[in-house]
Write a protein that binds this ligand. Structure first.
Ligand SMILES: *Cc1c(COP(=O)(O)O)cnc(C)c1O
Length: 375
């Protein structure tokens, strides 16, 4: 399937064909509903493919100055920004790149409102509907108790909305449209008096639109309801959905050891190259493998670093692993290359693009200076 001929490990591979598959689904939603879909760059800032992405969707969403600039320079089109707070020294440059500036508090709104309006840009407020739809991982739940993200109804100053034309919420993570629907119901219940005063609403991210079991039709009904009932323009800013299952991390077996069970040491690191494996935590899918014990030869797959917990998980294979074998972790385009680091002096994985015609293009190679120059 993937030609390993000349690639060096460790490396990420972005799969153009799979990316296009996702983009076509997102474009379909845009075309059928008129909603605008923006790439949340936080999940996937691989700007080398922004020209391709721009052919299918309306633009980008940013979390601050650097992403705002990247979206502006590399993609163009719609560019929305949300940050929990903006720095005085950065706000004017941010305003210059973005059409929609979303604030997280009324104090930030008061501080910067006139500068945004003077530039002819739009102002939104992020609300917190205090409606959790996810259990278990509080780290990804902006509606968790004492959350700093979004303005709760209690703190929402209805009489201080001069210049505010939009509402933003982001409360989902890898979720289906039934949770979006329930969230919108909660928003109507809590902020129903505000919606008719607005021109646009941004549904945030966390919509797993390109996942096989995602109910796209229900999403489109949710969009149409906000459009028809309140006359709102609708934006969505998914990150994951853009590059879901559209990338790999290829690694090589460096050594085979044993401690109660066979252990394989790989030339990668969960802590450095796939931090969500430890942070979320989850066990990433690995091509041609099974659960521990499912196939004949089981191994614990470990990293090259000194961190005791830097282990990727237990997997099994039909054949024993050999030193020099290459393993392919799946779904490694998102929240991987944007989060990696050089802890332990680990090199950053190269980045390849597997083009639709099957050829491999190297996008980036990293070396010693990428490690040294961070310090
Ligand atoms: C993280 C985030 C997104 C993207 O979320 P995904 O889970 O990658 O879809 C969009 N908007 C905001 C405000 C976010 O914080």
């Amino acid at each position: 399937m993937i030609d390993f001929g000349n690639i060096t490990t460790p490396c990420y591979i972005v799969d153009e064909e799979k990316l296009i598959h996702n983009l076509e689904i997102l474009q379909g939603v845009e075309q059928r509903t008129g909603a605008k879909i923006l790439l949340a760059q936080k999940a996937f800032s691989c700007f080398h493919v922004y020209t391709l992405i721009k052919k299918y969707v309306s633009g980008t969403a940013a979390s601050g100055l650097f992403e705002a600039r990247l979206g502006f320079e590399e993609m163009g089109g719609e560019n929305h920004v949300f940050s929990a707070a903006y720095r005085e020294s950065e706000i004017d440059e941010i305003i210059s790149y973005c059409g929609h500036i979303i604030f997280n508090s009324f104090s930030q709104l008061d501080k910067y409102r006139d500068r945004v309006l003077k530039a002819g840009k739009k102002i939104g407020l992020r609300i917190n509907p205090e409606f959790s739809t996810q259990e278990g991982h509080e780290i990804y739940d902006p509606c968790s108790p004492k959350s700093r993200l979004g303005i709760t109804r209690k703190n929402f100053c209805t009489d201080n909305l001069r210049g505010v034309t939009g509402i933003h919420f982001h409360t989902l993570c890898e979720q289906n449209s039934d949770d979006l629907k329930r969230t919108l119901d909660a928003i109507e219940e809590k902020f129903g008096d505000i919606l008719p005063k607005m021109e646009w609403i941004n549904f945030g991210g966390g919509h797993h639109i390109t996942r096989e079991d995602y109910d796209v039709q229900l999403l489109e009904e949710c969009i149409m309801k906000m459009k028809n009932k309140y006359g709102l323009e609708v934006f969505l800013e998914p990150g994951e959905a853009f590059a879901l299952n559209a990338g790999y991390l290829v690694t090589e077996v460096l050594d085979l050891t044993e401690n109660d069970m066979p252990i394989a040491i790989l030339d990668t690191s969960a802590a450095c190259h796939m931090p969500d494996v430890l942070e979320m935590p989850y066990r990433p899918p690995l091509m041609y493998s099974g659960e521990a014990g499912e196939k004949k030869y089981s191994y614990r797959l470990g990293s090259q670093t000194c961190l005791a917990g830097d282990s990727i998980g237990e997997y099994s294979f039909d054949e024993p692993l050999k030193i020099g074998d290459r393993l392919i972790f799946c779904d490694m385009a998102i929240y991987s290359m944007v989060k990696n680091n050089t802890f332990n002096g680990m090199p950053l994985p190269s980045i390849y693009l597997k083009k639709s015609d099957g050829t491999m293009e190297i996008l980036r190679k990293f070396g010693y200076n990428d490690f040294k120059e961070r310090l």
